[in-house]
Design a binder for this molecule. Structure first.
Ligand SMILES: [Zn+2]
Length: 228
């Protein structure tokens, strides 16, 4: 009986150590809710929940009803930029139900077995996407982004040298992981290449590369996927 409790105690202590080690890496602000920040966040959350209740009650979802399979049989990888939220679908004439859209910072495929590539493969093999569109944009936040600047911001927000060392010892090179790109066309071409040449990508899937203007929605073709 005693041994049983001792075992349980050990488990509790290890969970506690685990949680405190996670807390050690969290920015100072997230440990205690900053009062003014907390109020701000609550306001936004409340606003969203209030709107949502009304949206559902008034059945405003009806005009968006569709299936998980894209009518236009395509998957788009693009940037999370705020200017593209509505502009990109309008500029490409895609609506709810037409397309799978994957977004990240910069429309980048940085790792051949990361979640972006996995999402593209799932879209192709499970969700009937037959063409891939990589769409970068001018004036991207990832353009010219330097890892040094991001790391400095992290330190200002309370991330310690110890935490950064742990990241390095875990095999992550921050200067590569947090680096942006110099030229959007080159970046799009590189991502297209990563997708097209992926060992698990079927050869008959065209992978196109485009750059969109975040003000006008104008598209420039970088890679025509039909040309092999
Ligand atoms: Zn961007």
């Amino acid at each position: 009986m005693y041994h049983k409790y001792r075992g349980l105690l050990k488990v509790i202590i290890s969970i506690d150590i685990f949680l405190s080690s996670i807390a050690a890496f969290m920015p100072a602000q997230s440990k205690g809710i900053h009062k003014s920040q907390g109020v701000e966040q609550l306001k936004l959350l409340e606003e969203i929940l209030n709107h949502n209740q009304q949206f559902v009650e008034e059945k405003k979802y009806e005009e968006f009803e569709t299936t998980k399979f894209p009518n236009k049989k395509m998957v788009i990888l693009t940037c999370m930029d705020t200017r593209l939220v509505e502009l990109l679908p309008k500029a490409l004439n895609v609506r709810n139900g037409d397309v799978k859209i994957i977004k990240n910072a910069g429309a980048l495929v940085t790792h051949p077995f990361g979640s972006i590539m996995r999402s593209i493969l799932v879209a192709v093999y499970q969700l009937q996407a037959k063409e891939v569109f990589v769409i970068g944009h001018h004036d991207c936040g990832m353009s010219g982004m330097k890892a040094d600047a991001v790391v400095s911001s992290m330190k200002e927000r309370g991330i310690t040298e110890d935490a950064l060392d742990t990241v390095t010892y875990s095999g992550i090179a921050a200067e590569d992981w947090l680096r942006g790109f110099e030229n959007v066309e080159d970046s799009v071409s590189h991502s297209v290449h990563m997708v097209k040449k992926h060992p698990l990508m079927p050869a008959d899937v065209p992978v196109h590369g485009l750059v969109i203007h975040p003000g006008t929605g104008k598209l420039d073709l970088v890679v025509d996927g039909y040309e092999g």
